[in-house]
Design a protein. Structure first.
Length: 229
């Protein structure tokens, strides 16, 4: 829920105009910021406390060069959740349902070439996909969760090359690549190929893993002859 959606929800709950609700929310947030930045905490019963806290100067280390550098003293914002709010959060039932997987952009190959074949797969979840499980390389994109099989005994693990969040920020759209049989797509590779997700490789943020399943298929139909199936 973004700020506009929250304002609309307030308007509906209080039966007031959307403009008034939006202005009320903006004034409230700005007043919280104004008070906190004057170094006074804002305590909201049943919600929590906003405050500023000082951070002493320290010595950091550059991840690129390993060289030390000075981090100056600064202020940072803090929020301490109220006990009642915390108890309500902890009372929410845990998500025990597995994510879902669906085909994204999967097209046929109709022209010869030696480039890898790229396709996309979408992982969806009510809470969120754990990005580090994609590719199975501890957050490094790899080739451990999707297999492509096809004619003439073709059997290859697809390599995850790119991942991006879905519009709701909970899912992931992953681009995979698979190399051509023998290094080239030509008529000898003709036939249908199957894309399968492997067992217990991709999970959501609650640790629920996807079961193995067929994601989709693509065809190679290059003029010049016919391949095996």
């Amino acid at each position: 829920m973004n700020q506009l959606e929250l304002a609309n929800a307030i308007a509906q709950e209080l039966q007031i105009g959307g403009y008034d609700a939006d202005r009320f929310l903006k004034v409230t947030l700005e007043k919280i910021i104004s008070v906190v930045t004057s170094n006074q905490p804002v305590e909201l019963q049943g919600f929590g406390t906003f405050a500023m806290r000082p951070n002493a100067p320290r010595t950091g280390t550059s991840p690129a060069t390993g060289e030390p550098f000075n981090v100056p003293a600064r202020w940072s914002a803090s929020f301490k959740i109220d006990k009642a709010f915390k108890e309500r959060v902890e009372a929410v039932p845990l998500d025990q349902s597995s994510p879902t997987v669906s085909p994204g952009s999967i097209s046929d190959i109709i022209a010869p070439g030696d480039k890898p074949y790229y396709f996309t797969v979408q992982f969806s979840d009510d809470v969120g996909i754990k990005a580090s499980t994609i590719g199975g390389k501890n957050s490094e994109l790899g080739e451990l969760d999707v297999r492509v099989t096809g004619p003439n005994g073709f059997n290859q693990l697809a390599r995850a090359t790119r991942t991006k969040a879905t519009a709701d920020k909970k899912g992931r759209i992953v681009t995979y690549a698979v190399g051509a049989p023998g290094g080239v797509w030509d008529f000898t590779a003709n036939g249908q190929y199957q894309i399968d997700l492997l067992e217990a490789q991709v999970s959501d943020l609650m640790g629920n893993f996807l079961s193995s399943t067929t994601v989709g298929n693509f065809n190679v139909a290059i003029p010049g002859g016919s391949g095996g199936i």
